[in-house]
Design a protein around this ligand. Sequence first.
Ligand code: GDP
Length: 202
Amino acid sequence: MEIVRAELVAVTGRKDQYPPEDLAEVAFAGRSNVGKSSLLNLLTGRKKLAHVSGSPGKTRTINFYEVTAKREEKEPLTFRIADLPGYGYAKVARSVSEGWGTMMETYFEERDCLRKVVQLVDIRHEPSKQDVQMYGYLKHYGLDGLVVATKADKISRNQQQKQLAQIRKSLAMGKDGLVLPVSALKKTGWEELTEVLEEILT
Ligand code: GDP
């Protein structure tokens, strides 16, 4: 499938302001600067859908997008993407990061239309403590199993295989879990990701 339309429909941290639950939803999570905005822009074919950050860690809201994807020999699929606020930025005050935790908990626990959370990690590094913690939350809520390793262009194919195995191990992923290498810069890996998303959403 290929996303052909994407529209920002809500920017909020409050449950009473989430869009209605009439469409299936997938969310994207990752630490600040991991490349989440770039990935969302790549997926939606928009240059400026999500803001590529100069100063990471500022957003404390969930951005909800309504998107339509075209599919071969099938009806177009309309769903929502939730862009979750980046975590792990050291300069964020404790009060802010605590608010972040509560907001995430509410979202994961109470968003019934949420099918999966795509967790982003940087392919070059071992997942951070916070990445592991986030993946732990996702497991707890049954939303785990799909990880995107970003910035795949930064290392060789050989190194990629090693890093993918390391990410799997650090996150203690189950055997059914998927780690997909993606490069927003080289525009690679997104087709595999949209295929998996289509399966999840239908
Ligand atoms: P966010 O904070 O997670 O939304 O991350 P951004 O999308 O703003 O990206 C953070 C930085 O990483 C920016 O300087 C991007 O240009 C860079 N970046 C993002 N994706 C890629 C990628 O696939 N390859 C490379 N080489 N750089 C990337």
